[in-house]
Design a protein around this ligand. Structure first.
Ligand code: ZN
Length: 497
């Protein structure tokens, strides 16, 4: 099974005043807006104290002057936000009652009551509340909101940090968490130069995975990227050293491909499960990088070393978040590049890597003249349609540059410009950076042909030209094929770094 797309979001911009603001969520009542007329200055400051056994979080927010409007959390977590109070300036705390959510333009988007913040004067405001973390985890039981795991809870800040409904273009926040004695806290949110957790309020609706409680933490450095490994409670045959060596190996593979750290830091959450092997992994970015992997308790080092799942997820950390309709591009890149990386390092053979692609790519084809890849939601189109796009791009770039450039150069340039999973990019920027890095407009042209519409693809002819043909359950190579030199380069290129 392949992965779900990293969660994406579109951020609405806010006006500088409540009257002028128009957002997708606010039409009939004073809309939320967080920006003083002179622009944002001070960060929002969140201080969180976790209670023992991750039962409850006590949250206090210092909100700078010029802020007002409605505050929310993930609608599924809203019932667990309790005792919300505000203090204006140096005043005493007063309760904030729940208010009805403003109407939303998106009928599919769940809504929940909101908390209406009065205008904050020059001295700012303080908001405090409790979040019933354990109750939320037991009731919701979803890692994307809150889920309990034998004494630890996974819950991204989207569930427990109140944020303005209407997000400004730029408004920094800082987060400090005080752990319960003997317990730990781990988050995929990036840290600033002072090691404080910092980000932009617009990251909070889908912020990275975070965990509290009885975690085992270890941090490894992979070529300058700090990767924190958080192992949740549960039995695992492999010792922590073995788990760290496996993660180090996969992260090194990805690092060497890009020739630089794919992101400043990342969190890998390991969730012990029954059986063996790796379950359904997911990557969550937005102001950070985090990967969650269910891991069978009887998994061996050899099995994990040959597995593709972690490499696939770590490749996601090296690509920006795009609008949901372009999920096929992120999945296609990870699906296409992952076996090639492992073949280039000798973990699997070139035949094994290309047999994998050869046999599955037909799942990604669609009827010519039908819908393009944009907006695709089926497994075949998202993963394998995306992978076909990458194969066609890779071959065309190599052919048109006489082998001087490839898909690798496009992906490396995107990471070099900060295009990791912590950042949200428009797809046009991905195309522009890829085309500039390779010197040929292959990405833009293919996008027009395959994403905006669905032009015919003769996949069998492409494989024949590369000298790849079926041989029982495997493939064999024909060195006399016209593009055999491209095929050799795809699986044999020495990685940079
Ligand atoms: Zn994926």
């Amino acid at each position: 099974m392949r992965r779900a797309a990293p969660a994406l979001l579109i951020v609405a911009a806010c006006g500088a005043t409540p009257i002028a603001a128009t957002t997708a969520k606010s039409t009939t009542i004073a809309p939320a807006a967080i920006a003083s007329p002179s622009g944002p200055t001070m960060p929002w400051r969140y201080d969180v104290v976790a209670s023992a056994r991750a039962i409850e979080l006590a949250v206090q927010i210092a909100i700078p002057a010029g802020s007002w409007g409605d505050l929310e959390v993930d609608p599924r977590a809203e019932p667990f936000v309790q005792k919300v109070e505000v203090a204006i300036g140096d005043g005493a705390f007063q309760p904030i009652t729940r208010a009805e959510a403003p109407p939303s333009d998106d009928a599919d988007e769940p809504t929940a009551p909101v908390f209406r913040l009065p205008p904050c004067p020059a001295a700012g405001c303080r908001v405090r509340y409790r979040f019933a973390l354990e109750k939320a985890a037991l009731a919701v039981d979803a890692d994307g909101v809150a889920a309990e795991h034998d004494g630890a809870v996974i819950a991204p800040p989207s569930a427990w940090l109140l944020r303005p409904i209407c997000l400004p273009d730029e408004q920094a926040f800082r987060l400090h968490v005080t752990e319960a004695p003997g317990e730990r806290f781990a988050t995929g949110l990036f840290r600033g130069p002072d090691h404080e957790i910092t980000g932009d309020l617009s990251d909070l609706p889908k912020a990275p995975f975070t965990a509290f409680g009885a975690l085992r933490l270890r941090t490894i450095d992979v070529g300058g990227e700090s990767i924190q490994i958080a192992t949740l409670p549960g039995d695992l045959d492999l010792p922590d050293d073995g788990l760290a060596a496996w993660i180090q190996g996969a992260a090194r593979l990805v690092h060497d491909y890009y020739g630089r750290p794919p992101a400043p830091s990342a969190l890998v959450l390991l969730v012990p499960t029954s059986g063996r092997g790796i379950g359904y992994g997911r990557t969550l970015g937005n102001g950070g990088a985090s990967v969650i992997l269910p891991l069978g308790e009887h998994s061996t080092a050899a099995e994990l070393g040959r597995g593709w799942e972690l490499t696939h997820e770590l490749l996601h950390t090296a690509f920006p978040l795009l609008d949901r309709q372009h999920a096929w591009l992120a999945e296609g890149l990870a699906t296409y590049v992952e076996p090639l990386l492992r073949a280039r390092k000798g973990i699997i053979s070139p035949e094994e890597a290309l047999s994998h692609l050869y046999r599955r790519m037909p799942f990604g084809l669609a009827a010519p003249g039908g819908p393009g890849l944009d907006g695709a939601t089926s497994w075949g189109r998202v993963y394998w349609g995306g992978a076909i796009f990458c194969l066609l791009a890779d071959v065309a770039i190599r052919e048109r540059t006489g082998g001087k450039k490839s898909l690798d150069d496009a992906l490396r340039a995107i990471v070099a410009e900060g295009g990791n999973v912590g950042a949200r990019w428009p797809v046009s920027r991905v195309l522009a950076v890829a085309d500039a890095a390779t010197g040929v407009p292959v990405f833009s042209e293919l996008y027009a042909a395959q994403a905006a519409r669905c032009e015919a693809i003769d996949l069998a002819a492409m494989w024949r030209s590369l000298g790849v043909s079926p041989d029982g359950l495997a493939v064999r190579f024909d060195e006399s094929a016209p593009r055999a030199w491209i095929r050799r380069a795809i699986v044999a290129t020495a990685t940079k770094g």
